[in-house]
Design a protein around this ligand. Structure first.
Ligand code: ASP
Length: 584
């Protein structure tokens, strides 16, 4: 038996019991005549004690030679400590060691196994198995397990069936590039790894599995923006014989359950916001509603004067920064520089100070009088002491810029408390989105999303105006889930694919299997998928998903621990009938 107890469980009530513990040496304090060792495992740390009087000499010697991260087993007696350590749960006791076995030695670890380690990101990733011994990573993985367990329990209790779908498939259109896998047995042919199980879960609905879920890996070959992973996990769900309302209720229930179970937070009803309103009020389809600072559109109260910048703008829009009138001129100039950074891309920023006496002082006093500025304050909801920040330009761009500024200022003002949870549904997304570069429309969600009833005809005349039965679940400014009611008849699916630019042949080649299935009694259905990594990180109060993934990839999509991706040898290439044609 390697252990009778773990390193986190012994208390004063265990005094005078003989125990066996196994674990890693966190640290050795060798005072010559006595030695203290902190023994660590997943459950905690227990102090081991050796002294000249009671410990056999050979053991004493062995103990003095132990290094950090050696794996040892000890037998000994639990003894109440003279000086207790209130900072750890086992701090009342120590184990007076009578036997010591070295189970394995360890090289000196490349970074300290402490909550705040001296190891940089790259080093931690290279030695991830050591990193996982650290509390922040270990606890994140345990937390993730708690969340997935709660998901499985909730959905299973609600009659959902967990079904696995294949990984070696054909392209799924979630808008990214596919990772492909060559097939040895089918020369010159490739599987694609699923960007999501979308088509399979729809086929499960045709198969009569009317409540499906799966905690599943998805693969998208995208340029990796910060905190994205090429492989990530979804809680993927689909239901048959449902309308949007049913879906929202079920998965609001799941999210409410998680918040309660995992965070002890109770939230009554999640607000719902139209996509158009989210864009108008927050410039963003995933608004953070933990704080106000809603947009105020100022065209009507700015375009009557001679100020060309505003008059020529499609949209003039502002926010009130609480307490912002206290910013110095220098601080405001810095803020202007911030919005002009290429990442934000504004051309400039106009501001109006709301003084405590009810007067205003703006950067455009030449053009606007006190009455005008009072209206700016009214529209943006600014109070005395606030600062109104105004951007102008092309609607979509200016909204994105002001949204970035809103989030940045809220972060600086401490309004984005990770312990506060503000979920909401954003509904009625547009069906299509214009790709500015190509001038073509593509599906905003995916090609299987159904248009709102009666809007199919609009596709010919005003494609950009067609609304979809599509919804996102947003939590603290992050999209944590998204889905739609699907098209479930072949004719509509064919029209949709045509509008997305698929020729009949292409549509047939790529989605023939789904269209065929629609001809064999496809029930009305819909669903959604949660991004599990992000959901767990937010529930865990963290900004980044990395620590919640056991073996994440770096920003270039590499696993630096196993050194993948890696070349394959000529023999393997030959077997796969592949020839490389490398550029360099
Ligand atoms: N497959 C979709 C996605 O990955 C989710 C859904 O529509 O259910 O975003």
């Amino acid at each position: 038996m390697y252990r009778s107890h773990n390193c986190g469980e012994l208390r004063a009530s265990h005094s005078n019991t003989e125990v066996t513990l196994s674990g890693w040496v966190q640290g050795v304090r060798d005072k010559g005549f006595m030695i203290y060792i902190d023994l660590r495992d997943r459950y905690g740390i227990t102090q081991l004690y050796f002294d000249e009087e009671r410990t056999p000499k050979a053991i004493m010697e062995k103990a003095s030679k132990l290094g950090r991260e050696f794996v040892i087993q000890v037998k000994g007696n639990v003894t109440e400590r003279a000086s207790k350590n209130p900072n750890i749960p086992t701090g009342d006791i120590e184990v007076v060691v009578s036997e010591l076995t070295i189970l394995n030695s360890s090289l000196v670890p490349p970074f300290t196994i402490e909550d705040k380690t001296d190891g940089g990101d790259d080093l931690r990733m290279k030695y991830r198995y050591i990193d996982i011994r650290r509390n922040p990573v270990k606890n994140s993985l345990i937390f993730r397990s708690k969340v997935t367990q709660a998901v499985r329990n909730y959905l299973s209790n609600d009659g959902f069936i967990e079904v696995e779908t294949p990984y070696l498939i054909k392209s799924t259109p979630e808008g990214a590039r596919d990772f492909v896998v060559p097939s040895r047995m089918n020369e010159g042919q490739f599987y694609a790894l699923p960007q999501s199980p979308q088509t399979f879960k729809q086929l499960l609905m045709v198969g009569g599995m009317d409540k499906y879920f799966q905690i599943v890996k998805c693969f998208r070959d995208e340029d990796l923006r910060a905190d994205r992973q090429p492989e990530f996990t979804q809680i993927d769900c689909e239901m048959a014989f449902v309308e949007q309302e049913d879906i929202l209720n079920v998965f609001e229930g799941l999210t409410r359950h998680l918040l309660k179970e995992v965070n002890g937070v109770e939230i009554e009803k999640f607000p719902r916001m139209l996509y158009d309103d989210a864009m108008r009020l927050y410039g963003n389809d995933k608004p953070d509603i933990r704080f106000g600072m809603e947009f105020g559109e100022l065209n009507a109260v700015t375009q009557h004067k001679d100020f060309g910048v505003f008059n020529n703008a499609e949209l003039v829009v502002g926010i009130a920064v609480p307490g912002g009138n206290s910013y110095t001129r220098k601080e405001i100039d810095k803020l202007i520089d911030w919005v002009k950074r290429p990442q934000v891309g504004a051309l400039g920023m106009i501001y109006s100070r709301c003084n405590d006496d009810g007067s205003f002082k703006s950067s455009v006093d030449k053009f606007y009088d006190q009455d005008d500025l009072a209206k700016w304050a009214e529209v943006t909801g600014a109070k005395p002491g606030d600062l109104v920040c105004v951007l102008s330009g092309e609607t979509n761009k200016v909204r994105a810029q002001l949204s970035a500024l809103r989030m940045e200022l809220a972060t600086r003002l401490g309004l984005r408390d990770p312990k506060v949870f503000a979920p909401l549904w954003v509904i009625d997304f547009p069906l299509l989105e214009l790709d500015e570069e190509t001038g073509h429309y593509h599906a905003m969600h995916h090609p299987f999303t159904s248009p709102k009833p009666g809007q199919l005809e609009l596709l010919d005349t005003n494609p950009g105006d067609v609304k979809a039965n599509a919804y996102d679940l947003v939590l603290n400014g992050n999209e944590i889930g998204g889905g739609s009611i699907r098209i479930h008849d072949k004719a509509t699916q064919a029209i949709m694919l045509k509008h997305l630019g698929f020729s009949d042949e292409d549509a047939r080649a790529q989605f023939g299997f789904l269209m065929d299935a629609f001809e064999y009694g496809a029930p009305p259905h819909g669903g959604l998928a949660f991004g599990l990594d992000r959901l767990v990180a937010i529930l865990g109060g963290q900004e980044t998903i990395r620590d919640f993934i056991a073996f994440p990839k770096n920003n270039s999509g590499r696993d630096v621990m196993i050194d993948a991706p890696a070349p394959i040898d000529d023999e393997q290439l030959k077997e796969l009938s592949l020839k490389l044609n490398l550029k360099s």
